[in-house]
Design a protein around this ligand. Sequence first.
Ligand code: FAD
Length: 305
Amino acid sequence: MLAVIVVRGGALPLGAHESVSECEGRAALVGSGTAAAAFDLAHVARELTLMEVGEFRPAAWAAMLATVLADEPMLVMPASPDGRDLAPLLAAELHRPLYAQALSISSDRVDLVRGRGTELHSIEPASTFVATLQPGVRGVDLIEATTMVRTSVPGLVERDDPTIEQVLPPDAATIDLSEAKRIVAGGAGLDDQRRFQQLSALGDVLAASVGATRVITDRGWVGHERQIGTTGVTVDPSLYIAFGISGAVQHTSGLGQPQHIVSVNTDPFCPMMQLADLAVVGDANAVLDALLEQLEAPMSETAHV
Ligand SMILES: Cc1cc2nc3c(=O)[nH]c(=O)nc-3n(C[C@H](O)[C@H](O)[C@H](O)COP(=O)(O)OP(=O)(O)OC[C@H]3O[C@@H](n4cnc5c(N)ncnc54)[C@H](O)[C@@H]3O)c2cc1C
């Protein structure tokens, strides 16, 4: 199997490391800044092929990759936004089936998530295929050394790709939760749906996205796409702030490995407080009110606090 990773300006997409591990360290990096991105894969990639082809043009790249990778029977991409764009086009160019949103991929079995995360379908794959791997569920295998090969690729042919006018930085409020670097999340300890508007305001100040537990999405207070956990989204932020969340395993198993966890809870012994780097024992609603008041106050008023 070979992982095909889209690189933009030297940056790897979410799930790149896991896709490379799923392919036992074999990968092709395609895009701009591939040499810089290769350093991020040290101790994960065994054999790297670099294809420096400039800005992302999914249709033209699919045509080029179909030629260059025709002899690779099994191609795997992270189910990142670019991977999800490129994979179906490449599968169509190669006349192969596409297995989208897989949890695990091998030559004799592919596990696929279906039914909005409620169903697991195991299938016996075709002998050649293109698949996308769900980020955040597999983990990474470390290896000793990486061999790098720079490949010259045939010139890109004109295809019906959109023209990119401008690339804007992601908006934390609307970014796919799975890609958010900071998350403020609420659980049953919050007393009213309007608390999620407050979480959103806090998220604006902290450049963080809003997440929730299943209790909250079952109440319809926020959409299912905001639910973190086994039957929701798998996330991997560096900062996670939990307001009134107990830390049930079905929630924390979707949490990745945040560098910093802050938990506000009335119960100092619940699992989320045990996981936290900073555990605040108190009413999450009152803490949220106070925090917003502080953050919204002019600097002169808060300087002496
Ligand atoms: C098959 C299955 C799949 C599931 N999938 C998911 C999933 O994907 N995601 C998910 O989140 N859950 C999932 N669950 C549900 C999960 O088991 C928990 O029930 C849920 O995560 C609990 O959410 P919670 O922490 O908001 O609520 P609770 O567990 O009820 O915890 C509320 C917390 O708030 C605290 N609290 C109460 N009042 C206050 C206050 N005033 N201030 C501060 N803290 C307060 C309490 O001490 C408690 O710790 C799943 C369950 C099953 C069976």
